[in-house]
Write a protein that binds this ligand. Structure first.
Ligand SMILES: Cc1cc2nc3c(=O)[nH]c(=O)nc-3n(C[C@H](O)[C@H](O)[C@H](O)COP(=O)(O)OP(=O)(O)OC[C@H]3O[C@@H](n4cnc5c(N)ncnc54)[C@H](O)[C@@H]3O)c2cc1C
Length: 458
């Protein structure tokens, strides 16, 4: 033990203090390890990503922050309201329909406050949290991970030696860039333009703070997320070709014109006041060819991120941060930090990515939207879809089988209208085109009864 104290500055380091990094650091601290976390920014800092999934509640329990989150009085989210561009269909994605989550109700959060709660909890469990410290480089020796870190306040630099590193640097992707691991998602080359507004009316009824997902008549869509009593986050997401056509002026002009040519949104925003500059985000969908290697693991956006349409980012970030910490804990017990010892983590993470990706890619086809926005889809099948969208990507076999049927219906909709074809199919609608390999993949994923059994059946 004395030798290892001399050899290592800390047991583990975490790069990045967003939800993935804080969750990883808290979990490692809870196991009793010595942990240092480097966060480039000084908190509070702005971050997009405000709508959570039901499964975030499991992460809160594991991290010991349930009370702090409740005390923050974030708006309650029970699901999503889906609208077509003209406001015709107001169907509901109701998380209370889901049987496979521990608690359906979740939150819409102001990230400055949310991320601070998690980082404070990391300090509380003994993590050495260094805000304003950039991890500028890392290398991996047979017996250690070595980080070069630089203070952004006084420009001082340090070298830190640890047993292993969790990279939670988000889209910055410290390790993914170092080892060239990033895989683009050309089908999801979308651009988001957004800001925060006051005076946006809330939904009527008992769940006023649910997220509104409003499809445009083309391939774009809007989110409206209440993040406090006063503020609503409003953004539009457009496939890149469509964006190039519509973005004629400043980001502000683009957002305003997207709002004004989407009747329902124009109506809701007629008295709204913008409280922040308009921001633009792009290149946000990607995965990685590896999620772990010798003495490193990627958590959250450092590994993969998918389009914001189903609000998976923060929940995946926390979940993968907790899992990465469990991996390092086990690795320490076995004294084996090799890539092969993290194979199970990588497999699980890839499965999580593929499950969500299928829905996200599907959303950018008119046939998926016809069925997804349909006012009366078959309830059993739709519930299985909502189960995944509540965050339960590793759902029961029965749910996964029903999901296959849902995607089977989407495939059939490409040839026959099993539900009215509400969404435009013309080139100008801006949907990305399907690649050959995706068509082949869809064929191999076709549902068969042999794919699944009902729970309880033998
Ligand atoms: C337009 C848009 C809308 C979104 N909407 C939602 C939503 O509604 N719901 C949702 O769940 N998700 C949403 N997301 C996704 C969400 O923003 C991310 O998935 C989430 O923040 C990932 O958390 P993370 O901890 O992995 O990364 P981050 O939250 O990005 O945290 C990474 C941290 O690492 C720090 N860092 C970076 N590099 C270094 C370095 N070299 N050294 C030290 N620190 C470093 C950064 O400062 C940052 O604080 C959205 C994303 C986009 C683009």
């Amino acid at each position: 033990m004395t030798t290892s104290r001399l050899q290592y500055d800390f047991d583990f380091a975490v790069a990045g203090g967003g939800p993935a990094g804080s969750s990883a650091a808290i979990s490692l601290g809870q196991y009793g390890h010595s942990v240092v976390l480097f966060e480039r920014e000084a908190f509070p800092r702005f971050h997009i990503g405000e709508s959570l999934l039901s499964t975030a509640n499991d992460a809160f329990t594991a991290l010991g922050v349930t009370k702090q989150i409740e005390a923050a009085c974030f708006p309650n989210k029970w699901g999503a309201r889906l609208f077509t561009h003209d406001g015709q269909s107001g169907r509901y994605v109701d998380f209370t329909d889901v049987r496979e989550v521990t608690r359906p109700q979740t939150y819409q959060v102001c990230r400055q406050e949310f991320d601070r709660i998690l980082l404070d909890r990391a300090r509380e469990v003994g993590v050495d949290v260094r805000e304003g410290w950039n991890v500028s480089a890392c290398e991996f020796a047979p017996d250690a991970a070595i980080l070069d870190v630089a203070s952004r306040t006084d420009s001082s630099t340090r070298r830190v030696r640890v047993r292993a590193l969790i990279d939670a640097t988000g889209r910055g992707g410290l390790i993914a860039r170092k080892f060239n691991l990033r895989t683009d998602e050309p089908r999801l080359a979308n651009i988001a333009v957004f800001s925060h507004y006051t005076n946006v009316p809330r939904l009527e009824g008992s769940r006023p703070d649910d997220i509104r997902l409003i499809a445009r008549s083309d391939a774009g869509w809007f989110w409206l997320i209440p993040i406090s009593k006063e503020l609503t986050s409003v953004g539009v997401v457009l496939p890149v070709r469509l964006y190039r056509r519509l973005a004629t002026g400043s980001p502000e002009d683009t957002l305003n014109s997207a709002i004004s040519d989407t009747p329902l949104v124009a109506d809701l925003m007629c008295k709204a006041r913008r409280e922040w500059p308009v921001r633009v985000e792009k290149d946000f969908s990607y995965s990685a060819s590896a999620y772990a290697g010798d003495r490193w693991i990627l958590a959250g956006d450092a590994g993969f991120f998918l389009d914001p349409v189903f609000s998976t980012g923060v929940s995946v970030a926390m979940e993968s941060g907790i899992e990465a910490a469990a991996e390092l804990h086990r690795a320490l017990m076995r004294n084996d930090f090799s890539a092969s010892s993290f194979a199970a983590f990588s497999r699980r993470h890839r499965k999580r990515f593929k499950t969500f990706r299928r829905f996200v890619v599907g959303f950018y086809t008119p046939q998926f939207r016809d069925i997804f926005f349909s006012p009366e889809p078959p309830s059993l099948i739709f519930r299985s879809v909502v189960t995944i969208l509540a965050g339960r990507w590793n759902a029961s076999l029965w749910t996964r089988f029903l999901n296959q049927l849902f995607f089977g219906a989407v495939s059939i909709q490409k040839r026959f209208n099993i539900t009215p074809a509400v969404f435009r199919r013309d080139q100008d609608a801006g949907y990305p085109s399907e690649t050959r390999s995706e068509k082949a993949c869809e064929r191999t994923n076709a549902p068969t009864l042999a794919n699944a059994r009902r729970p309880g059946s033998s």
